[in-house]
Design a protein around this ligand. Structure first.
Ligand code: ATP
Ligand code: MG
Length: 396
């Protein structure tokens, strides 16, 4: 029924031969039923972590999170996380269970998991263990909390973001109580580390079509993005439609979702990496300016935004206008510039700092200025990109 990979089977067998239970569990079971190839295979076992280390002493083992019951075993070159059945204790800070108790009972372990579709376990001998009817929810494309949704989000508010993320990436509906509890639980997200939220938001935004979730849970998103002022529905709708339509590139989709809103503040608030923030800011700048079908001005923009971002800016403009026709000319001009290796960056000039020093005795910060001047001249067509011509121009 489920195609458990070869390297997982010995792990299940060895644990069982040692007198313990062992199941594949969580995302890999869910994804298998959805016909997707799981990214990793997690194992849950009744053996305590010390036992797991002992049983796999012949293997390379990494005590990944002994306190939480997780040992990583390398099987045929693949790292496999083996986690002891757990009951999570009280959640005092809406995130970290106060204490973790190990259990010998699979049902305990499944009961602490977030959603029914994530609370299934499977092994080839015993088949599927699915006490919360996750399989039925999978079939009906429903995301439902295990147990009382309100309590589960109170225990760990990151589950709110996970719920929205799974609903978006799996294209599932949120079950009514789960949806209700999310709408009432936005404030709980204040307790959650920003990095965890941005990681979930990123996965959500890269879903094939995140639009519906972004629209239905607008207030949650504004809350986590730290946007306090009211955002008109019309603006949010336009932005989210565009983000959903655009190519799934994180900085581009962030820029579109936050078009006209304080992008930099929001991305800083959620502690996005500098690389993502910088790219999204550049794309935002590009979305705000006009791109004319004129070679010289396009070269200036390629230089300002970089070729990669320029490409995303054009894609973003298409998504915002819902029209790809109008930008076709511009794309043609850009591919022409690239095909002919036409110069729009200093590094493409047929002259460098060394040349300026040798031929004209220019040095220090003057070099940068001179190269900028030459690049301007080349882009605007006043001078050929040819060393002698460039030297002549500077002499003048
Ligand atoms: P993917 O790896 O594709 O994002 P996943 O379901 O494997 O999805 P993980 O974050 O890897 O998600 O977690 C593995 C499993 O651990 C989940 O399927 C779920 O059963 C459980 N889990 C993870 N995070 C939580 C949480 N915050 N609360 C309860 N259970 C959780
Ligand atoms: Mg996983």
């Amino acid at each position: 029924m489920i195609d458990v990979p070869e390297y997982i089977l010995p792990i299940l067998n060895i644990l069982e031969d040692s007198g313990f239970e062992a199941y594949t569990v969580g995302g890999c079971v869910r994804d298998s039923f959805l016909g997707k190839v799981p990214s990793d295979w997690d194992i849950a076992t009744s053996a305590c972590p010390e036992k797991v280390l002992e049983i796999f002493s012949e293997f390379t083992t990494i005590p990944t999170g002994l306190k939480h019951g997780t040992v990583t075993v390398i099987s045929d070159g693949n790292p496999v996380e083996i986690t002891t059945y757990r009951i999570d204790g009280e959640y005092a800070d809406c995130r970290h269970p106060e204490k973790v108790t190990f259990s010998a009972n699979l049902e305990d372990d499944l009961s602490r998991r977030d959603f029914t579709v994530n609370a299934m376990a499977y092994n080839p001998k015993n088949g599927l263990k699915d006490p919360y009817n996750g399989q039925l929810d999978l079939k009906n494309k429903v995301l439902r909390c295990v147990g009382d949704a309100r309590l589960r989000f109170n225990e760990d508010a990151l589950r709110i973001m996970r719920a929205l993320r799974f609903a978006a990436t799996l294209d599932f509906e949120l079950e009514v109580h789960t949806a209700e509890a999310i709408k009432n639980g936005a404030h709980l997200l204040q307790n959650i580390a920003k990095e965890r939220i941005s990681a979930e938001l990123s996965k959500l935004l890269l879903a094939e079509k995140p639009e519906n979730i972004l629209l239905a849970y607008k207030n949650i998103f504004l809350e986590v993005l730290g946007i306090k002022h009211p955002v008109p529905d019309s603006v949010w709708e336009e932005n989210c439609k565009a983000a959903s339509l655009a190519t799934p590139h994180l900085p581009l989709r962030l820029a579109l979702m936050l078009n006209g809103l304080p992008v930099s503040d929001a991305l800083r608030h959620l502690k996005f990496s500098n690389a993502v923030k910088h790219a999204a800011e550049t794309i935002t700048k590009g979305l705000a300016v006009e791109i004319l079908p004129d070679k010289a001005s396009i070269k200036k923009q390629l230089r300002e935004f970089g070729a990669e971002n320029m490409d995303y800016i054009i894609k973003g403009k298409c998504a915002l206008s819902g029209d790809s026709e109008i930008l076709r000319d511009i794309e043609e001009i850009i591919s022409d510039i690239k095909a002919n290796s036409e110069c729009y960056m200093i590094s493409q000039l047929d002259i460098n700092g060394q040349d300026l020093l040798e031929h004209l005795g220019i040095n220090g910060p003057e070099i940068g200025n001179a190269l900028e001047t030459l690049l301007d001249a080349v882009i605007s067509g006043k001078c050929e990109n040819q060393k002698n011509a460039l030297l002549e121009l500077l002499k003048k």
